[in-house]
Design a protein around this ligand. Structure first.
Ligand SMILES: [Zn+2]
Ligand SMILES: [Zn+2]
Length: 382
């Protein structure tokens, strides 16, 4: 017994003290979220990984829950993300380099550097990697050549994580750990906007104001869009309005008609589909002006149909977007310079030990949850 209280009856009772100090663990052991199979997960002790050649071990400061994580945890991509169970997910994170693998020091890596991670560690040899499009590496998932951390290789819902130095970027002091954990989705948002290809002054419609859509709106604005019109509903659309964007509520009005009306009857120059709703791709095609472009980052779980006469006769470009392809350093500069806002999208924080609660908050969108951050080295509520 560490302390005691007197009950109303006057006798002393034991008090259970919750120890919030970090628990000492044997060397080589860490806490991690382990998913054993679809929807079966627990935070438990696992072996701490060791860095191989051109890899570093990082102590994780903060990890952000991504919209892809529930799909991975629920087993929506069997045999692909992950190839087999168990898996430690998590791919949006910030931490410190604590151990440097062979060859990494010669590239300038040293312990103590605060970094942000991104998920793709591509082969670097295939045609697409050589062209700089490593997000569509032709050796995707090939053992020993390619890893996607938190998807098909161990990720960052853990106290420590090993990454290839290809997937790490030093973080400037001006960004908090939590903001740095959001640099991976910020880079993907930047890639989405670049795939959309708007020019300075163009009108850009963003469909789906989840975290990705809001980050895409930020990047479109940062890259000189004349107008950014966000299409959505509910609290998330209210958030877009709060951030200063023009908004269209698709539960109140036909979004295609509304975007056209807002742009003199012509339509936006570009539409960026971030909702993942199958019907939204067709809406994107209908809401851009002649010669417009639609970039799709949301992955519909069923195939979407396209209005082909419109696509063909009005020369509408429809392009896919896969992760990011080298945008991390530029996303970091934009975030550090205050040109894209990250902090505004963080709504909840939990200790890794309370992952189940963090996960429920995120998936059920409790209290308007947007970005939910997990802290792997905190034992109590944060
Ligand atoms: Zn993500
Ligand atoms: Zn490759």
């Amino acid at each position: 017994m560490i302390g005691g209280v007197r009950s109303q009856a006057g006798e002393e009772q034991d008090v259970v003290h919750i120890d919030l100090a970090p628990r000492p663990r044997p060397p080589g052991v860490m806490r991690a979220l382990v998913v054993e199979g679809p929807n079966e997960f627990a935070v438990r002790d696992v072996e701490r990984p060791e860095p191989g050649p051109y890899e570093v071990l990082c102590r994780v400061r903060a990890t952000a829950i991504c919209g892809t994580d529930p799909h991975i945890i629920q087993g929506h991509y069997p045999g692909f993300w992950p190839k087999h169970w168990p898996l430690i997910p998590g791919h949006e994170w910030c931490g410190d380099v604590v151990e440097v693998g062979a060859g990494a020091a010669a590239l300038g890596w040293q312990a103590g550097t605060r970094v942000a991670g991104t998920s793709h560690a591509p082969c670097g040899y295939c045609r697409r990697c050589i062209e700089g499009r490593y997000n569509i590496c032709e050796n995707f998932g090939v053992e020993g050549l390619h890893a996607q951390y938190g998807h098909n290789a161990a990720g960052a819902y853990a106290q420590y994580v090993v990454h290839s130095v290809r997937s790490l970027f030093p973080v400037p002091d001006g960004l908090s750990d939590e903001e740095a954990a959001m640099l991976d989705p910020a880079a993907i948002a930047l890639h989405t906007v670049i795939r959309g290809g708007h020019r300075a002054g163009d009108a850009v419609a963003v469909i789906g104001p989840g975290v990705m859509g809001l980050l895409v709106a930020e990047c479109a604005h940062a890259l000189g869009a004349g107008r950014v019109i966000v299409v959505g509903r509910g609290r998330r659309l209210a958030k877009a309005r709060e951030l200063g964007y023009e908004v269209i509520d698709f539960t109140e009005t036909d979004p295609v008609h509304a975007v056209r009306q807002a742009t003199g009857g012509f339509g936006s120059d570009v539409a960026l589909e971030c909702s993942g709703a199958p019907e939204a791709v067709a809406q994107g095609v209908e809401m851009v002006r002649k010669g417009g472009r639609v970039a799709v980052i949301g992955i519909p779980l069923s195939d979407a149909s396209l209005p082909m006469p419109r696509t063909v006769l009005d020369e509408i470009d429809v392009v896919g977007v896969r992760a990011a392809a080298g945008e991390m350093p530029r996303a970091i500069e934009l975030a550090a310079g205050g040109r894209i806002r990250l902090r505004e999208l963080i709504t909840h924080r939990y200790a890794l030990e309370d992952f189940a609660e963090a996960y429920a908050t995120f998936t059920e969108r409790t209290d308007g949850a947007l970005k939910v951050i997990v802290h792997p080295h905190q034992d109590g509520r944060v």
